[in-house]
Ligand binder design. Structure first.
Ligand SMILES: Nc1ncnc2c1ncn2[C@@H]1O[C@H](COP(=O)(O)OP(=O)(O)O)[C@@H](O)[C@H]1O
Ligand SMILES: [Mg+2]
Length: 583
């Protein structure tokens, strides 16, 4: 689901975008009516040229001299009002389309499986919500406005021209297919270029974001120059593409204008002949000339609107790619009893088809109400195993069951309701301490419960020292807190959730031994009657686990309790010896 995964035909994208304007059909109709009026007013004005020239200057008719000026003023009044309705109406409809698309895409992001997030950088996702959605608005509002107004303007002007002289008008029409041909060729090239520009722009944002987020690493490893180089390469290619787009645009405008000039030359030539023989008078000729001149801006806008629409289609296409992506399958059994064994059978999983197996045939029983510790080298698949339990990812083969039920058959919300996770990398929200603990479904928790959870996570002391206590904002991603403080908030959140299944993935890794010991007692109490999966680096914290599972290269190497595994003199005993020596 990348930006280049865009195969929907343009017509389908237009239609789907128009669907978003449906609720504003009344306003839309009014705006379209305004556009028709604008077009008709343009025609009426050039038509007025005939009575103006013939009546005012040639015949010097007093009546015509009175009404023509009044008609001009009235015409522009009507046109002004129509223009206002069009602008305001279309802006409102366009704004509403952006709003709907943004909400839908953000909602969809919440439903996408984690694997989509591995494939697409967050910068690209944010880009879709901001820039891409705006581009779509321009397509469905500005471009539509130009198309309808200018097409009606052209029709009105054409009628005036035919009325003035059919022969001359038909001569001009011969040029039209040529112009149309050029427009279509240029449009195709434009659409291609535009896709590339969008990719380049988000690549640009991604590259900048990376170096800016990782500013500490960039500074200490003197990566600045490299980052700038990388960014400049992106910026250059983006700039090159932009130049190409401008060139394409400029060429098309120039070509169309040259065509029009040829038509004008032919017109003057023919008119000279006709004035001698047939009844082409001065008024009709001026009316025809002004009509033709008035067509030029409309034609020019219409050739450029093509590119604008293409840009909108490309943008809409990339949003629809998100909306059409498959959501996590959420339906299933509910309610379920979570106080049953978790069983993994022949579970194999890899993050992508071209990646090695992260779990390579895991058979494991995680007994209900007991603590199971996962240990093993980094990269052995512990985190991955823990991620499969709340169905963040689904195994490619094998089965995970809760009691007798395959977890795939449990309603996703129900499954996750029963699981609390403290993950390895704690990311918090830009909100207060209290709101970070009572997050999501925990929102309604009382202050007393929040404080109790914070106390159990040994977080009360540092929270009390914050300037506004529980109501202190903790900054973007919690960057005003230390790693250990963030971890304690995440633990408090998990404690508050009070779920029957608890997953702690190196949940105390960022704590010093002192704080860890303090939390450990609290954790031991909480783990007591729950199904707990504890991933630990420091073996001393899992000595009391009911079951210890040693993982290696995506497989279960050993299982047993601390004493049994030590006695077995295997991998666990080896790990233990290494750590014991260190301490
Ligand atoms: N999001 C991911 N995308 C691709 N590969 C991943 C991802 N997360 C982990 N891996 C890979 O899966 C393997 C197991 O990783 P992990 O479960 O995190 O190990 P552990 O938690 O035991 O250190 C590693 O080889 C790691 O590189
Ligand atoms: Mg891990």
């Amino acid at each position: 689901m990348s930006e280049s995964d865009t195969k929907r035909p343009a017509a389908e994208v237009y239609k789907r975008l128009l669907g978003y304007t449906r609720q504003h059909w009344g306003l839309g109709l009014l705006a379209v009516f305004g556009m028709v009026i604008e077009g008709a007013a343009a025609g009426a004005f050039t038509w007025l040229m005939e009575p103006m020239i013939n009546g005012t200057f040639v015949a010097q008719d007093a009546a015509v001299m009175r009404w023509v000026p009044l008609a001009i003023i009235a015409l522009f009044l009507v046109r002004g009002v129509a223009g206002f309705i069009v602008d305001v109406g279309m802006a409102r409809i366009g704004g509403s389309v952006v709003f709907q698309l943004r909400s839908e895409v953000l909602a969809k992001y919440q439903e996408l499986p984690l694997s989509s997030f591995d494939r697409e950088p967050v910068a690209m996702m944010v880009q879709r919500l901001s820039y891409t959605a705006d581009q779509v608005a321009r397509a469905s509002a500005d471009a539509l406005k130009i198309i309808i107004t200018d097409v009606f303007t052209l029709i009105a002007l054409l009628i005036v021209m035919l009325y003035a002289s059919a022969t001359l008008t038909l001569t001009i029409l011969i040029v039209t297919p040529v112009i149309a041909g050029i427009i279509s060729v240029v449009g195709k090239r434009y659409r291609r270029l535009n896709h590339k520009v969008q990719d380049a722009t988000s690549g640009l944002a991604h590259s900048a974001e990376q170096s800016l987020h990782n500013v500490e690493a960039v500074k200490i490893y003197a990566g600045g120059a490299m980052e700038v180089e990388r960014f400049v390469a992106h910026a250059k290619s983006s700039e090159r593409l932009n130049r190409k787009i401008i060139a394409t645009q400029a060429t098309s405008s120039a070509l169309v204008q040259i065509m029009a000039a040829c038509a004008l030359g032919a017109l003057v030539w023919f008119a000279g002949r006709m004035a001698v023989g047939s009844g082409l008078d001065a008024g009709k000729f001026v009316s025809l000339m002004t009509s033709m001149m008035a067509m030029l801006p409309s034609l020019k806008r219409l050739t450029n609107v093509q590119s604008q629409l293409q840009r909108g289609v490309a943008a809409g296409d990339s949003l629809f790619a998100v909306l059409d992506a498959e959501s996590e399958p959420a339906a299933g059994t509910s309610p379920v009893d979570a106080r049953q064994d978790l069983v993994l059978e022949g579970v194999r999983f890899r993050y992508a088809d071209d990646k090695p197996w992260a779990l390579d045939g895991v058979d494991l029983r995680i007994p209900a109400g007991k603590t199971t510790a996962l240990v093993g080298r980094s990269g052995s698949g512990k985190t991955t195993l823990a991620r499969l339990l709340p169905r963040f990812y689904s195994p490619q083969s094998g089965e995970i069951r809760l009691g007798a039920l395959p977890i795939e058959s449990i309603a996703l919300a129900e499954l996750r309701r029963h699981i609390a996770v403290v993950s390895q990398n704690v990311l918090l929200f830009d909100d207060t301490v209290a709101n970070n603990i009572a997050y999501g479904s925990l929102q309604g928790a009382s202050r007393a419960d929040i404080e109790a959870a914070a106390a159990a996570a040994n977080a009360l002391e540092f929270i009390r020292e914050l300037p506004q206590g529980f109501d202190t904002p903790i900054g973007d991603r919690g960057n005003r807190l230390s790693g250990g403080q963030r971890q304690r908030l995440a633990i408090a959140r998990a404690i508050l959730k009070n779920a029957p299944i608890l997953i702690l993935d190196e949940a105390t890794s960022a704590l010093d031994s002192e704080s860890e010991r303090l939390i450990q007692d609290a954790l031991d109490r909480i783990l007591k009657d729950r199904t707990a999966i504890v991933i630990a680096h420091r073996l001393s914290t899992i000595e009391h686990a009911d079951q210890v599972v040693v993982m290696d290269r995506g497989r279960v190497q050993e299982t047993g309790n601390h004493a049994e595994l030590l006695a077995a003199q295997g991998a666990y005993a080896h790990l233990h010896k290494l750590q014991f020596r260190d301490e």
